[in-house]
Ligand binder design. Structure first.
Ligand code: HEC
Ligand code: HEC
Length: 155
């Protein structure tokens, strides 16, 4: 009798185990259970948007950490259009407008052709999409822990 009970229990465990297994196989979730740096999000779920980052105004431009770093943007860039038709950044930062707008001029490198370094008469196409390189400074936590240190020459 005891043996029979044990056998039934064992069979039961095998069956529930199998059921669990196949459930996983049938529906592993849209991402197959893989997590990104921002955590796990199944494709079929709509995750709430992250809260908007705040761009504090009063902190000035944060110092660079390495030579030739594109400076961070110390102001908000919401609704600033940068497209084929318009470049809002240049309305303040171009050599023509910077003085009047009290903004930093884009440096001469932004007028150089990337390959031969010739100085062009207008902003180089390779520098047109400002936000490729410049990002607004925010109190953003690093996604990956790291021990990056500022280069000596800037310390
Ligand atoms: C309305 C005018 C205006 C517009 C538009 C504007 N900026 Fe600025 N920007 C400024 C001013 C003024 C400063 C100087 C710091 C300050 O007062 O916030 C500045 C500072 C900066 C700096 C820091 C420069 C330094 O001194 O190191 C960067 C980088 C920058 N802006 C990039 C951008 C980018 C990219 C855009 C477009 C997405 C943009 N700005 C649009 C006015 C503007
Ligand atoms: C390919 C990357 C890249 C793009 C695109 C780019 N920049 Fe820069 N920017 C840099 C780097 C690197 C520096 C710092 C070294 C230098 O001055 O060239 C810089 C410097 C600046 C500075 C500070 C200049 C100074 O004298 O301190 C301003 C302001 C600026 N950029 C604005 C802009 C604006 C506005 C745009 C879009 C029209 C733009 N940048 C596009 C890389 C870029």
């Amino acid at each position: 009798m005891k043996q029979l009970v044990l056998a039934v229990m064992a069979l039961g465990m095998v069956l529930t185990g199998a059921a669990h297994g196949s459930e996983k196989l049938d529906n592993p979730g849209g991402t197959g259970g893989i997590e990104s740096l921002r955590g796990a999000t199944q494709l079929e779920e709509t995750r709430p948007a992250d809260p908007m980052k705040r761009f504090p105004r009063d902190q000035g431009v944060i110092d660079s950490d390495y030579v030739y770093q594109p400076p961070l943007i110390p102001h908000t860039v919401r609704n600033y259009e940068v497209s084929l038709n318009a470049n809002k950044c240049l309305a303040c930062h171009s050599w023509k407008n910077a003085n009047e707008m009290g903004a930093t001029k884009i440096s001469v490198t932004h007028y150089q052709s990337p390959r031969e370094g010739q100085v062009l008469s207008d902003v180089s196409p390779s520098r047109y999409f400002c936000l490729q390189c410049h990002v607004p400074q925010a109190d953003a936590k690093p996604l990956v822990e790291n021990n990056f240190k500022r280069v000596d020459s800037l310390n």
